[in-house]
Structures are given as structure tokens and as C-alpha cells.
Ligand binder design. Structure first.
Ligand code: KG4
Ligand code: ZN
Length: 346
């Protein structure tokens, strides 16, 4: 599953600790030997970055350093385990902010060395994909997986052997980025996705129409940059009072343009690859309108749909532990000089 060079040897399944520090959440989680989630602790840095309207990498690294030990200890405590009962550690190796990743990777290495247990590096994307199987390990394969986060909008075909083939991706902004940039234009707080989601509930999704980029017929790629420009021009053409009065309809219309394309392309991928199962993961999968539309469509087409619980949508360490567990079971482990890889691909 991993793209980085790691050595192999057998691992007897036991409790494992997952660590995630790729962006603005310090997270730790413990899984039992059978993969059940025993704890899932997340220390969010939203308060730290809010006044800057986005993540400040230096501040993120510092906040991770301050939280990592306490968050990990809490994950152990909530799982009811001692450190010495851990049998492996999974840590996000990339992609993400270099300084932020380093905090988690170095902590994992030191802990693995001290406890004499294997450490395995995990791709953040692989973690998001694994989140679809956390609550329902029996969710069917093959399946189409849509990863929608702040940095990615990727459609995959996941084979029965667990390997993934890329079907389509964004040509410009990721879906989460479109939410965050739109929220900024609308004067909403960071992070923008949840802010648009909340405001849009008071608006009408079809009263203000925004362009939807389908790209060429049959394409499973996405493009969101035109949408953001359309919102900018529309806001510029309105006076302040109209902007205020129509804020909820603007948010609802803008959100609808993003989620309608996501739903359309995800189901087109399901159709073209002939599978009967769709998983949607990543921060944007927490969006209430997206969840409703996906559930309606899956029901009408009698498809199996995996939408992780909200705690597993946005960044968390349970998904990293789950992906790492698969790597450990496959016999992988990281060398002692494992390093963060900011631009790691799947
Ligand atoms: O997966 P995630 O936590 O981090 C990355 O890997 O990027 O995703 C974060 C993204 C942000 O862009 C955030 O605005 C978006 O997910 N997001 C949402 C919602 N909750 C988080 N977007 C739309 N609606 C939401 N409810
Ligand atoms: Zn993420």
C-alpha cells in the first residue's frame, strides 16, 4: 500500500497507536488487535489560525509540539492501556506541512525506539481512504472512493486486493479549497467549509445559480476555480445591503454547485467502473448537503454507500492507525531514519 521504502517482517496483531500531525489537527488514536477503535483524540488548532484566515505553518508546528505528548497519553488512557501494551505505531508521513509532519514522525520514531515496537509511515490519503472501512470493515470491494479534502479531490477505483487506481482528480482547486476560498469571499470564518455548511442551511440552494464545470463529456476530472471567480464577480456586482440579505442564498447556491458536481461525478465513476459500492471520505464529506444528496441518490440506485461518521471525515488518527495496521499486517515497517515527506503521493 505504501509508496515509500520500508523493510518487511512479520507482526503479531496487537494494539496500535496512530498519530496524525499533517496540518492543523494534532491527533492520536488507539486501535485494538482486531482493528476496533478504542480511542480517537483530536486537538484542533482552529483557534490558533482563525485570525489569520488560514493555517500558518510555523504556528502549526509549534502547536503540534505542545500537544503531541498529551494527546497521545490521553489516547492511551481512554483506551485503558499502558504504553508497554502497544505493539506498533502508525504515523502520517505525508503529504502535508513539512514542519508539522516532522513533529509526528519524530515523536513516533522516538516512541517506537523506546518501546522497541515497529513504526510504519502512512500516506495521509491512504488514511482518508481507510476511514471508509473503520465503522464497517465489511463494506464491499471493489468500490469507488471519492476523497474530498482541503488538498485533494480524487476519485479512485479500489480493487478487492486493496490497491487503488486513479479515475479522476481536480485540475485546479480541491473541493475543500473551493469551500474555504468561497467562505473568505463571503466574509465567513476559517475553516470555511463548516461555515458555509451552517449558513447554507438558512438559504435556498437553487435561488442563485453558479456555474458547474463538467469539463469534457465523460471526464471524471473536476474544476472549481471558475466557480470561485463567479462568486467574486457576483459579490462585486451587489451592494452591501444585498450581500447581507442574500448571504444565506449565496452560500447555499455556491455549496450546491460544488456538491452537485461531486455527486454527479462520483456516480458516473460508479457507473463506468461497474461497481455497486461508493465511499466518500475526507473533510468535505462532513458537509450536510453532500451527505443528504449522496444518501438520496444511493438509495434511488440501490447502491451501498459508506459515509464515515463525522469524527472520521476531517483529519483524525484512527484512519492513520487503520491504514498503518494494514501495512503492519503486510509486514511493512519503517527504517529508523524514516523522514517526513511533505509531497508524498499515494
Ligand atoms: O480532511 P481534512 O480535515 O484535511 C485535509 O486533509 O485537507 O479536510 C479539511 C477541509 C477544509 O477545506 C474544510 O473547509 C473542509 O474540509 N470541510 C468542510 C466541512 N467540514 C470540513 N467542507 C464543507 N462542509 C463541511 N461541513
Ligand atoms: Zn485530511
Amino acid at each position: 500500500m505504501m509508496t515509500v521504502a520500508q523493510s518487511t517482517s512479520t507482526w503479531t496483531p496487537g494494539a496500535i497507536l496512530g498519530i496524525e500531525t499533517s496540518c492543523d489537527e494534532t491527533a492520536a488514536s488507539v486501535l485494538a488487535a482486531d482493528g476496533a477503535v478504542l480511542s480517537n483524540i483530536i486537538a484542533s488548532q482552529h483557534d490558533v489560525h482563525q485570525r489569520f484566515g488560514g493555517v500558518v505553518p510555523e504556528l502549526a508546528s509549534r502547536a503540534h509540539i505542545e500537544s503531541i505528548e498529551g494527546v497521545s497519553a490521553k489516547a492511551l488512557q481512554q483506551a485503558g492501556l499502558e504504553w508497554t501494551e502497544l505493539t506498533g505505531i502508525a504515523v502520517t508521513q505525508g503529504p502535508g506541512l513539512a514542519g508539522a509532519l516532522l513533529v509526528g514522525v519524530n515523536y513516533a520514531k522516538a516512541l517506537g525506539y523506546a518501546l522497541n515496537i515497529p513504526v510504519v509511515g502512512v500516506s495521509h490519503l491512504e488514511g482518508h481512504i481507510a476511514s471508509a472501512w473503520l465503522k464497517d470493515p465489511a463494506f464491499p470491494l471493489p468500490s469507488v472512493v471519492l476523497v474530498v479534502s482541503g488538498g485533494h479531490t480524487h476519485l479512485y477505483y479500489k480493487q478487492p486486493d486493496g490497491r487503488c487506481r486513479l479515475l479522476g482528480s481536480t485540475r485546479d482547486d480541491a473541493a475543500g479549497e473551493a469551500f474555504d476560498k468561497g467562505a473568505q469571499l463571503l466574509g465567513l470564518e476559517y475553516p470555511g467549509g463548516p461555515a458555509i455548511d451552517r449558513l447554507a442551511r438558512q438559504g435556498k440552494p437553487h435561488s442563485i445559480a453558479f456555474p458547474r464545470s463538467h469539463l469534457k463529456k465523460g471526464s471524471l476530472d473536476f474544476s472549481f476555480s471558475g466557480l470561485k471567480t463567479a462568486l467574486l464577480y457576483r459579490l462585486q456586482a451587489m451592494d452591501e445591503l444585498s450581500r447581507e440579505k442574500q448571504a444565506a442564498d449565496l452560500a447555499a447556491g455556491y455549496q450546491e454547485a460544488i456538491v452537485a458536481i461531486l455527486v454527479e461525478k462520483a456516480f458516473a465513476a460508479v457507473r463506468s467502473s461497474g461497481v455497486r459500492a461508493l465511499a466518500v471520505v475526507g473533510g468535505v464529506s462532513a458537509n450536510s448537503r453532500l451527505r443528504t444528496l449522496l444518501q438520496q441518490r444511493a438509495a434511488s440506485e440501490s447502491l451501498s454507500l459508506s459515509l464515515p461518521p463525522l469524527a472520521y471525515c476531517t483529519d483524525n488518527a484512527a484512519m492513520i492507525a487503520a491504514a498503518g495496521r494494514q501495512s503492519l499486517l503486510a509486514g511493512l515497517r519503517a527504517p529508523l531514519d524514516i523522514d517526513a515527506q511533505a509531497s508524498l503521493s499515494r
